[in-house]
Design a protein around this ligand. Structure first.
Ligand SMILES: Nc1ncnc2c1ncn2[C@@H]1O[C@H](COP(=O)(O)OP(=O)(O)OP(=O)(O)O)[C@@H](O)[C@H]1O
Length: 314
């Protein structure tokens, strides 16, 4: 039997009095994907994640989670776990006790000590397993919330800003956990304002602006949305690179780039095919390419392009 989509939303609308938080939103997420939700403050990300978690119902539209239609009853659909607005924890209980209590609330099936130890290890909280959650930093609380969600062995994991407050080690744990879960077939839907996190983690994103989807699809498709981008180019021979760039059709040298991390940098503005041509010419001429990257990431550029006009028009 074919595995159903993890999320299939069509024409979802959700209002709070006069505020239209979601306006005809479609969303498709397949099992095994990490899908990023991005948008300016107030775009509707948390509202949408709340619907996936069964915390609220849509005013109109249809929502299927893991193949089952979601009705108006406010309960987490079977197979879904996660949190919005920070994980709900008991401050006076230890990390381990929090997980045991949450597991017991869910029916006790997953309250085994080994399972609790395992999820604490996955999120890197073994050392503080017997410390009270009250003393936990934001990043530690986020990781404990993720551990609680993992305990439910979800097929759809929903996380609102999971990277908030994470130090580099915490981020590494969280990224590792999410990547492994996805490889095992779990779908992950997460929101973030951190473009670098989304680009590192997600294969696809949905960009929301004032409750509407302005882009949904693979990150690789964003380059097409952007048109020309500025790329920083570090080479073994900046002068030759500049001459070659200036002589390549479709490539424009952006003046005033100067130095980048102590090396002479060139910034060129181009579409991907013209950039490919420049790279081929550099290689043919024996100019080594030491770094070539967009000055602003494709996701950030698309975010600004696709959400700015609507924001301005409010
Ligand atoms: N419970 C509520 N009551 C009234 N208005 C609400 C409620 N929840 C959300 N809204 C409004 O709905 C819109 C979308 O809010 P939402 O929290 O979903 O956005 P968001 O994209 O998650 O924003 P942020 O990035 O700031 O977290 C906003 O205008 C917000 O003020």
């Amino acid at each position: 039997m074919e595995t159903p989509p993890a999320v299939r939303a069509r024409g979802i609308t959700r209002c709070f009095d006069e505020v239209v938080a979601l306006d005809g939103v479609d969303l498709d997420v397949e099992p095994g994907r990490i899908h990023g939700l991005v948008g300016p403050n107030g775009a509707g990300k948390t509202t949408l994640l709340g619907l996936l978690l069964g915390l609220a119902a849509a005013d109109s539209g249809s929502l299927h989670i893991l193949g089952a239609p979601v009705g108006r009853a406010l309960a987490a659909p079977e197979g879904v776990a996660g949190f919005v607005d920070g994980p709900g924890l008991y401050p006076s209980l230890t990390a381990r006790q929090n997980l045991a209590a949450l597991a017991a609330l869910r029916g006790g099936r997953d309250a085994r000590t080994t399972a609790i130890d395992d999820v604490l290890d996955q999120v890197g909280l073994t050392d503080v397993a017997d410390d009270k959650a009250r003393g936990f930093s934001l990043g530690m609380r986020q990781r404990l919330g993720l551990a609680a969600a993992l305990l439910a062995e979800p097929r759809l994991l929903v996380l609102d800003e999971p990277s908030n407050g994470l130090d580099p080690a915490g981020k590494k744990h969280v990224h590792g956990v999410l990547t492994r879960l996805a490889a095992e077939g779990t779908a992950v839907v997460l929101s973030s304002h951190r473009m670098d996190d989304l680009e590192a983690l997600c294969s696809e994103v949905t960009i929301l602006a004032t409750g509407r989807v302005v882009f949904s699809g693979p990150l690789s498709k964003l380059a097409a949305e952007n048109g020309e981008l500025d790329y920083r180019l570090l080479t073994s021979d900046p002068r030759a690179a500049r001459t070659l760039a200036a002589g390549t059709d479709g490539v424009r040298v952006v003046e005033g780039a100067g130095e980048w991390r102590g090396a002479e940098a060139l910034v060129v503005c181009a579409l991907v095919p013209a950039l490919d041509e420049l790279v081929a010419r550099l290689v043919r001429e024996g100019v080594a390419i030491r770094e070539l990257a967009p000055v602003v990431s494709p996701l950030e550029a698309a975010f600004l392009t696709l959400t700015q006009p609507q924001e301005d028009g409010r």
